[in-house]
Design a protein around this ligand. Structure first.
Ligand SMILES: *Cc1c(COP(=O)(O)O)cnc(C)c1O
Length: 354
């Protein structure tokens, strides 16, 4: 039986995408060849890459505005250093909102001075810093739009002339934003777009070429742009599956359509967390993520009972990250409202039994 998959990443993708991907493994486009054995220079794969790149820009509303979409390797973690390599000349600002921002800061420090413009480390990252001011003279300001581990999410972004760089790994394509406020967006595919193995980078071309250091080709965004994201062999299968997911999203009505469903899912789960005395939320209410909901049992002795009910209901992947403990329900785009309903039923059963 198919599980209700609340895993934080790699994570659930649309069933239809799994089906199409499995067909292409056996026979891609009726070519008599598998998607994973064709040449990445073949006409059919070049079309996949072009389609994936243009769908990404189209869904984000960034076509014809000087942006390029790239499908790179190395995960979001590689972007922690590539961003600094390509953009950091002297000084950059970072908002420290969790484990991933912290790691991004650590990498960037290898390339220049880093100002921590705001941080929520003092409260184990259960909120999004506010009221900070962005100093002048920064090469860029880096944010993490959704903090996958702690379950917090930026609802408002700073208004500033400083170029904005954003790690959107765990909420890209999940809600409508004015994406043109960002100069560079990156996201590992495995949270909301595809299998692990590729990272989407959307970059405004005019912010590149301003640092004085020499950049190795594989780490140079301009090189990847000049080669249409095919400087070397791209992760063919991961790009193909990402393309299928983006097509699925487009057919569904795009980001605003999925956002409506994501809002419903989050409301359903958070109202249960708030009303059910057996559970308590981890993140600050106003900063709660619509993608990753973190919560705890108010009485740890109920853990075995709750875990057994989850298992019985076919719910997978609900354990919290080791740095937070408790539970985390990841409700990415492909997770249905029905799956959230199943989880909420189990939670209310815990209350009835209590
Ligand atoms: C998962 C995650 C990462 C790390 O991604 P990798 O692809 O494993 O390097 C970085 N940032 C955020 C916000 C994430 O959720």
């Amino acid at each position: 039986m198919k599980k209700h998959n609340f895993s934080a990443g790699p994570c659930i993708l649309p069933q239809e995408v799994f089906l199409k991907a499995s067909e292409a493994i056996m026979d891609f486009n009726g070519s008599g060849l598998s998607i994973i054995e064709i040449s990445h220079r073949s006409k059919d794969f070049v079309a996949v890459m072009e389609n994936a790149r243009s769908l990404a820009l189209e869904l984000l509303g960034l076509e014809d505005q000087g942006y390029q979409a790239l499908f790179l390797q190395g995960g979001a973690s590689m972007e922690f250093l590539m961003v600094a390599y390509n953009l950091l000349e002297t000084k950059a600002g970072y908002l420290n909102t969790g484990t991933w921002s912290d790691k991004a800061i650590k990498e960037a420090r290898l390339f220049g001075e880093i100002v921590e413009v705001g941080s929520s480390k003092d409260e184990n990252y259960n909120y999004i810093p506010k009221g900070y001011s962005v100093p002048n003279g920064l090469d860029y300001l880096h944010l993490t739009s959704n903090n996958t581990i702690f379950g917090t999410q930026f609802k408002k972004f700073p208004k500033t002339d400083t170029p904005l760089v954003c790690d959107m790994s765990s909420d890209i394509f999940s809600r409508q934003l004015n994406f043109s406020e960002f100069d560079l967006i990156y996201a590992g595919a495995q949270k909301n777009m595809g299998p692990a193995g590729t990272t989407l980078v959307v970059v405004k071309e005019d912010i590149l070429g301003k640092v004085s250091r020499k950049i190795p080709s594989m780490l140079d965004y301009s090189v990847h742009i000049s080669k249409d994201s095919m400087y070397n062999t791209p992760p063919v299968f991961a790009v193909y599956v990402s393309m299928l997911t983006l097509e699925w999203l487009k057919n569904l009505g795009g980001i605003s359509a999925i956002e409506e469903i994501n809002d419903k899912k989050a409301k359903l789960l958070y109202s249960e967390i708030d009303l059910n005395p057996v559970f308590e939320g981890f993140a600050n209410k106003e900063d709660r993520s619509n993608m990753n909901a973190t919560f705890n049992l108010t009485d740890d002795k109920l853990k075995d009972e709750f875990d057994a009910l989850l298992k019985e209901a076919g719910i997978n992947g609900l354990n919290g990250h080791r740095s937070v403990g408790g539970y985390r329900a990841s409700m990415y785009n492909a997770l249905s409202l029905e799956s959230v309903g199943t989880l909420v039923d189990v939670m209310s059963e815990m209350e009835r039994k209590g």
